[in-house]
Write a protein that binds this ligand. Structure first.
Ligand code: G3H
Ligand code: 13P
Ligand code: ZN
Length: 284
């Protein structure tokens, strides 16, 4: 079926208490793995591309591959810009055919973040494209900062209310202790903060940096109202794990299909596991 936007799938997930996986892609094999997993699990799915992925693969390739995959798939598929940081980047994705964009103005002070988000929303609304915004800073696991410094970057519930009511975004990314990349220790999520934000904000909530978060913490986050969950690092690990295991067995292998085929299967498996964990299996 044609691409859908997030409003076709997130409000239902929110109402019924499950989350939709948003999986990052960089090339054809990753897109195929995500679609295969969603198809087997009969789940709606979000395929997302970062600015880095767009630079690497080309916006036209990402769009064409995902649109084709969606049209052939028996489940709803969203093509979403992940962490777009400029108005121009968001508009270029809207024009090229993305069905959803994230405008990440989290590095700006609140008024500038709201203003940037609203400029993107004005264009997105004309094109039936959904918009995700972010408040609070989701760092990287390499950021060398203390716990109290980290907590100072978490989403403030009062500001959350101001941000969502001043914009009307379709999905809202919050910082509650997750980070992008591989964790050194076990991440500790601020569930009280999540519950407080959920109580005061009706917008579907997004959890970033979700690779490496223990399954129980993911289940609790979903119970507390998270309904979009971003996964990139676990897919990268599965991809490279597949590549390395082939090359360990046969270091002289020169057929890319024999290297990337098993990597694609490994990625399909991890995406299937996440879909079941998030509770969206059978919801397409
Ligand atoms: O949020 C970060 C995603 O994992 C994308 O990472 O900018 O290296 O493509 P990237
Ligand atoms: P991870 O790479 O930590 O899974 O984070 C993904 C993400 O948040 C993409 O926006
Ligand atoms: Zn992210």
């Amino acid at each position: 079926m044609p691409l859908v936007n997030m409003n076709a799938i997130l409000p239902k997930a929110q109402k019924e208490g499950y989350a939709i996986g948003a999986f990052n892609c960089n090339n054809m094999e990753i897109i195929q793995a995500i679609i295969a997993a969603a198809t087997i699990e009969k789940s709606p799915v979000i395929i997302q591309a970062s600015q880095g992925a767009i630079k690497y693969a080309g916006i036209d390739y990402i769009t064409a591959l995902t649109k084709l995959a969606a049209e052939k798939a028996p489940v709803p598929v969203v093509l979403h810009l992940d962490h777009g940081t400029s108005f121009e980047q968001a508009v270029s994705c809207i024009v090229t055919g993305f069905s959803s964009v994230m405008i990440d103005g989290s590095k700006h002070p609140l008024p500038e973040n709201i203003e940037l988000t609203n400029r993107v929303l004005a264009v997105a609304r004309c094109a039936n494209v959904s918009v995700e915004g972010e408040l609070g800073k989701i760092g990287g696991t390499e950021d060398d900062i203390s716990v109290s410094e980290k907590e100072a970057l978490y989403t403030d519930p009062d500001e959350a209310v101001e941000y969502v009511t001043s914009t009307g975004v379709d999905a809202f990314a919050i910082a509650i202790g997750t980070a992008h990349g591989q964790y050194k220790g076990e991440p500790k999520l601020d569930f009280d903060r999540l519950a407080e934000i959920r109580k005061r904000v009706t917008t579907p909530i997004v959890l970033h940096g979700s690779s490496g978060v223990p399954d129980d913490a993911i289940r609790q986050a979903v119970e507390l109202g998270v309904c979009k969950i971003n996964i990139d690092t676990n897919i990268r690990e599965a991809f490279m794990g597949g590549v390395v295991s082939v090359l360990e067995k046969n270091p002289k292998e020169i057929d890319p299909r024999k290297v990337l085929g098993p990597a694609r299967e490994a990625m399909t498996e991890i995406v299937r596991e996440k879909i079941r964990l998030f509770g969206s299996a059978g919801k397409a």
